[in-house]
Design a protein around this ligand. Structure first.
Ligand code: ATP
Ligand code: MG
Length: 401
């Protein structure tokens, strides 16, 4: 058995010793069978949350209303969830209330796809009432029970189906795909934050092209909030070598192709984190510039290594070129820069004031700009004495005007 399962085994063991049932469930079991990396192990149990808390000394109530308790063991947290039946679905969203039950099979039945509805016991025996292993063999994503019903209960599953295609390279089974086409408009009822979380996984999956193609063919993309909700953008993206792009780079590509006057607003519609929006907007302005110009030392320095690399990769993808050589060249230039950021200058504003004996003012910004350029162009080294001499002879060009 995989090491991550062994680490969590004492939890299963203790629950069983206390008279309850307990199993590994969900994504970890799926990924174990697929021989993929397992990131987090989830446990399902017949014990109620209160009963779970009574057994383990260290727990956190992360989602007690849904029956989930985080059990801390040797510094790691494991989600332990009481077997439950989800019934009260309202407005095509996940249920507001859940019912705790004592049957594993019923718990597996509420799960979205057959590949996600398997359990594994302490000894490594797979419990698979909905034939998830067969679906894995056939590389199929198939809902547990009627796809129309399951998409109707919780329309986020429409997105999840497509993101699993992106991560696994599987196909939807025919009835699941038909139901997805029919029920795609239900995605409108789902909070953007939840759609976005699945979209990030979709855009970073190995088979993102397959997934975007599927979203296009099933028309699911119409119900996304912006950018990739346009057929002409999807068609262009699908025509490029996007496999090598990461999530940020794909957002940037979509943003560039959309060429909207207010790109920030387009990203806000997807509720991207503010930090990511800021990075993408900066990258977009460099990309627009780079499409028409070649890099100069100063532009590379201003962009910084992360954005410059990202932009260069996109320029190559847009032009159907291999990016490796161009990126290697940029990396080499950065490695050769005396400084990568103003904060790496060995002197401070106070040093300047002591040396020039002038009251602080906007001239200092001009001086720092010139100094940065002189060092970047290797006219002087980033060294105190040399900078002092340079500062003493510095003439403010904007004052001369
Ligand atoms: P990942 O590897 O990306 O975490 P995962 O399969 O573990 O994938 P999670 O979102 O972590 O996905 O959910 C854990 C499990 O909970 C799933 O495997 C599935 O059994 C169940 N599940 C999650 N979301 C839903 C949903 N919307 N409807 C039904 N079951 C769900
Ligand atoms: Mg998971």
């Amino acid at each position: 058995m995989n090491k991550v399962f062994l680490l969590a085994k004492p939890i299963i063991h203790q629950l069983k010793a206390a008279g309850y049932e307990a199993y590994y469930v969900g994504g970890a079991v799926r990924d174990y069978i697929l021989k993929r990396d397992i990131h987090d192990v989830d446990i399902a149990t017949s014990a109620t949350p209160a009963e779970v808390k009574a057994i383990f000394p260290k727990t956190v109530d992360v989602g007690i209303e849904h029956g989930t308790i985080l059990v801390i063991l040797e510094g790691r947290g494991y989600e332990v969830t009481t077997f439950r039946a989800d019934t009260n679905y309202v407005d095509f969203r996940r249920p507001e209330t859940v019912t705790f039950i004592r049957s594993l099979e019923e718990d597996l039945q509420r799960r979205d796809f057959t590949i996600n509805a398997m359990a594994m016991d302490e000894e490594g025996k797979i419990i698979d009432p909905f034939h998830g292993q067969e679906a894995i063999q056939n590389k199929q994503i198939k809902t547990v029970g009627s796809p129309a019903e399951r998409f109707g209960e919780d329309a986020l599953r429409l997105m999840r189906a497509v993101r699993f295609v992106s991560q696994l390279g599987f196909e939807l089974d025919a009835t699941t795909e038909q139901a997805l086409i029919k029920h795609a408009p239900l995605l409108q009822h789902i909070a953007i934050e939840r759609i976005y979380a699945e979209m990030e996984k979709l855009l970073t999956g190995k088979y993102k092209k397959l997934a975007l193609q599927l979203a296009r063919n099933t028309q699911l993309f119409h119900f996304w909030p912006s950018i990739f909700n346009k057929e002409w953008i999807l068609d262009q993206v699908l025509d490029m070598a996007i496999q090598r792009l990461n999530g940020s780079e794909l957002w940037l590509l979509g943003l560039y192709l959309e060429a909207d006057e207010d790109p920030q607003n387009q990203l806000k519609k997807w509720k991207l984190p503010a930090k990511e929006i800021k990075k993408l907007i900066r990258a977009l302005s460099f990309l627009k510039w780079r499409v028409k110009n070649n890099w100069t030392t100063i532009q590379l320095y201003r962009a910084g290594s992360e954005i410059a690399t990202m932009v260069e990769k996109l320029v190559c993808v847009l032009h159907h070129q291999e990016p490796e050589a161009n990126i290697a060249k940029i990396k080499k230039e950065f490695a050769d820069f005396p400084i990568l950021h103003r904060s790496q200058l060995v002197i401070s504003g106070n040093d300047i004031l002591q040396w020039i004996k002038k009251s602080p003012g906007s001239w200092m910004g001009d001086l720092f700009d010139d100094l940065e350029m002189a060092i970047l162009n290797k006219e002087i080294p980033n060294q105190r004495e040399m900078i002092r001499k340079w500062v003493e002879t510095w003439k403010n060009p904007s004052k001369d005007k």
